[in-house]
Design a protein around this ligand. Sequence first.
Ligand SMILES: [Zn+2]
Length: 130
Amino acid sequence: MGILKEFQELINDYSHDSTLRPRLVFLGNKVAKLVKEHTALKKEFADVSNQLANSDARQSKKVSKGELLEYQGVLFMRKPDGSFQDSPYCPTCKNPMEKFDGFIKYNCLQCGITTAFTDKDLPDILKELK
Ligand SMILES: [Zn+2]
């Protein structure tokens, strides 16, 4: 039985107790708020864990310097077909830079470097590279 249901049963059991019932209702509301916050935090933790797992997977694909072209202060990897990957690499660490939800610039997780350009500039930069 869930804790909220237990509180509801307690409140029902003591519905005629004018001293205990308001206290149970007060505590029940507090517990409901905590359960809601706990659920939201669990979801947020799962999202962040997934982002980190994806980031680790991308970092394991660290590239060598010869495959990268420096432009706009960061590096771009040329693909076998001659075009460039649509995400920049850190000029210092050579790791793929990440863009997290809600952010418009790319960021290196290892050294903290941020791109001068935004995600909206990237298509034009990729055209300039060709
Ligand atoms: Zn870096």
